[in-house]
Design a protein around this ligand. Structure first.
Ligand code: DP6
Length: 348
């Protein structure tokens, strides 16, 4: 018998960024963060997990990512496997009639419909899908918040991809990580007019990985201390209020300020880390022009650990935002012609 389960998980893009670990082993953050989950129609990971007593034990667990064999020996993947197997083993101990899936080798087959490692949070959708596919296979009675604690150990941002809509990762303060998990701030339906546009400036693999970049920032940046002590707590509160009130001007200002603050701590890292390039900066200027021309805030930019811009806007302003972005950036910026533009509706 081969036991099998599949799931998909969406990408999320933070509007208050996670950047910094207080415990690298348990993947516990130095600050809370908040994100919007994007539509699975455009960006998602599809993962199938299977196990069987007939799979050769010597081959061990395996993962095929976009058709290529991928390493599962890493500590993060191992932590996810260990947590999920332990929960399945507890069910099997309580009910001897259950098949002993926890003792069988696992095979995972995973596919993204977007470029991997392009700063598009592929690890977030990837680990969220991996954890939920195995949890489904093992028939674990775990809530999304419980699963988010496991996915967090794979990649921090992955804990937010277990929910749709507007999602917070509460940093928690327990040393064992038991209170560091995601919750849903609001459903997608609360503010269904929200749209996100991904400007793929470069689909190439990024230079400094987020894991190593944030470790360098924590170790060397003085500005970072200000960010985690004051800037992020303020931004989290203002962002939750903006979402509750569906106040786009405030949502946009906090989003842009938080992205700027995060990239300022990268520049303050020694040696400095630069994720944005000239095209990224042109996108920032274009958003400023669009907002000035509209006479109100209609668009917000944010950048993760790479040059790609994500632009948030409301459905009704599509023409002003998307039309003008093409117009402003189209002819003038080298490299822009290769950009992939997608309009996304945040949902699960
Ligand atoms: C800039 O979740 O990729 O996208 O926990 O080391 O896997 P690890 O880091 P990761 O970092 C994401 C950083 C970010 C901001 C964010 O998504 O909040």
């Amino acid at each position: 018998t081969v036991y099998r389960a599949s799931t998909t998980a969406p990408v999320n893009i933070a509007v208050v960024k996670y950047w910094g670990k207080r415990d690298a082993k348990l993947n516990l953050p130095t600050n809370s963060s908040l994100s919007v989950t994007l539509s699975q129609a455009d960006l998602r990971t599809l993962t199938t997990a299977s196990c069987s007593a007939a799979y050769p034990a010597a081959a061990g667990d395996s993962l095929l990512l976009n058709g290529e064999p991928s390493d599962v020996a890493g500590a993060r993947t191992q932590a996810c496997f260990r947590e999920l197997r332990a929960r399945r083993a507890a069910l099997e101990a309580a009910d001897p009639a259950l098949p002993k899936l926890s003792t069988m080798p696992l095979r995972l087959v995973s596919e993204n419909n977007f470029p991997t490692a392009a700063g598009l949070a592929s690890s977030a959708a990837g680990f969220a899908a991996l954890v939920r596919a195995i949890a489904n296979l093992y028939e674990l009675p775990a809530s999304p918040s419980e699963l988010s604690k496991i996915a967090r150990q794979g990649s921090g941002s992955a804990c937010r991809s277990l929910f749709g809509g507007y999602v917070a990762w509460r940093m928690g303060d327990a040393a064992d990580g038991s209170d560091s998990m995601a919750d849903q701030v609001a459903e997608a339906a609360h503010w269904p007019e929200m749209r996100a546009l991904v400007l793929v400036v470069s689909a190439a693999k990024k230079g400094v990985s987020s894991t190593s970049g944030m470790q360098q920032t924590v170790a060397t940046s003085g500005l970072f201390q200000e960010r985690i002590a004051r800037v992020v707590p303020q931004n989290m509160a203002a962002m939750e209020e903006a979402i509750a009130e569906r106040n786009f001007a405030s949502f946009a200002e906090v989003t842009m300020r938080d992205s700027n603050s995060f990239h300022a701590t990268c520049a303050d890292t020694y040696p400095p880390i630069f994720y944005m390039n000239d095209v990224s900066r042109a996108a920032i200027r274009a958003v400023e022009q669009i907002n000035a021309a509209a006479g109100r805030t209609v668009a917000a930019y944010t950048f993760d650990a790479g040059p790609n811009a994500v632009i948030y806007y409301l459905e009704k302003d599509t023409e002003a935002v998307v039309g003008t972005l093409y117009h402003v950036l189209g002819g003038e910026v080298g490299g822009w012609k290769d950009a992939v533009v997608k309009g996304l509706k945040p949902s699960i």
